[in-house]
Design a protein around this ligand. Structure first.
Ligand SMILES: C[S@@+](CC[C@H](N)C(=O)[O-])C[C@H]1O[C@@H](n2cnc3c(N)ncnc32)[C@H](O)[C@@H]1O
Ligand SMILES: [Zn+2]
Length: 311
């Protein structure tokens, strides 16, 4: 089916690793344009259940209209997947057979939401997936220089973080920074010309860092994985698609931990992570899209899929 909201990634692999059966109950934490949902529903209908969640109201309305033929078996909610436990409790569902998180943002959000996710468009600085909480404007204009530097370094892995943070603070004291293009210009000018494009446009990494901070993405991911794994049935599967190394590191370490291996830092004298064998990683090697898929959908390029089964 043509999908101009978002082109879903690794659909066949998602279905395969979720190991779906008719009648399954599935929690999908990142509904987007329901690209994966439609493929999932075909496997679990007519008796299964799908609980679909997204922070973005446009995702919910697009998904609702695409899924209107399956009204009886879908439950859609504007919420954070980190709240998986309370969302399921609200529906009187104790356990699920499968969980899917397709992280990051949809093509709609990048291209059409006008929320300032892309450094290549001139938009206001918002970057929230939903409509609550702090905006990119607040982060850029209110955070201290040290806080900005730390975010850029931690979430953008940008070695020129200090210069970029210092320039933002200098520029905003002249006039509030309101637009993505002014911010992108400040970032670009902060990196010495000979280093500017060594790893792509520097604004790309800094915009990613701001987005992670605005949406508290890494904390939500950790909670979504931990709480999701708790409500997974024995034999149930959790499938996660991530798009950058910070996300993938969290997924990888949580899955290793669920498989019973200690993931504490090497110098810690005693184990604090409480690793206990509760799962089996079913993707022995990370799953990437094929060249064919990347040619058809370049945004699939950085996708990495991992799956675990609860024991
Ligand atoms: C890559 S898109 C998902 C696309 C979807 N799989 C499809 O086929 O159309 C990611 C979606 O997850 C949502 N999202 C990101 N973090 C979230 C969170 N913590 N809770 C709920 N939704 C989230 C975004 O708003 C976005 O719509
Ligand atoms: Zn440990």
């Amino acid at each position: 089916m043509k999908n101009d909201y978002h082109h879903p990634v690794l659909v066949g692999e998602v279905i395969n690793y979720l190991d779906l059966k008719q009648g399954d109950t599935i929690f999908e934490g990142t509904l987007g344009g329901a690209g994966h949902t439609i493929a999932i529903i075909k496997e679990i209908a007519p008796t299964g259940k799908l609980i679909g969640v997204d922070l973005c109201s446009q995702a919910l309305s697009t998904a609702a209209s695409r899924l209107k033929n399956y009204k009886d078996i879908i439950f859609l909610k504007e919420d954070n997947f980190a709240n998986v436990k309370s969302i399921l409790a609200g529906l009187d569902i104790e356990e699920v057979d499968g969980i899917l998180y397709d992280l990051g943002l949809s093509s709609f959000q990048i291209d059409k939401s006008t929320k300032g996710f892309s450094y290549m468009r001139d938009e206001m600085l918002d970057m929230r997936f939903g409509c609550e909480g702090k905006t990119a404007h607040e982060v850029i204009n209110r955070y201290s220089e040290e806080e900005l530097r730390e975010i850029f370094y931690k979430y953008g892995e940008e070695k020129w973080s200090g210069r970029i943070a210092a320039n933002i603070v200098k520029e905003r004291s002249r006039e509030e920074i309101k637009s993505t293009s002014r911010l992108a210009g400040i970032i670009k000018d902060s990196v010495p010309p000979e280093h500017r494009y060594k790893r792509g446009h520097p604004a790309k990494r800094i915009f990613q860092a701001i987005r992670i901070e605005v949406n508290d993405e890494l904390k939500n991911l950790e909670k979504g994985i931990e709480d999701g794994f708790d409500v997974l049935k024995k034999g149930g599967r959790m499938v996660i698609i991530s798009y950058h190394s910070l996300e993938d590191r969290i997924v990888k370490n949580k899955f290793i931990n669920f498989s019973g291996r200690c993931t504490c830092p090497p110098l810690l004298p005693v184990c604090r992570c409480g690793a206990k064998k509760r799962g089996r990683v079913v993707t022995r090697k990370i799953i990437n899209p094929t060249q064919e898929e990347i040619m058809e959908n370049p945004r699939a390029r950085s996708a990495k899929l991992r799956a675990i089964e609860k024991l």
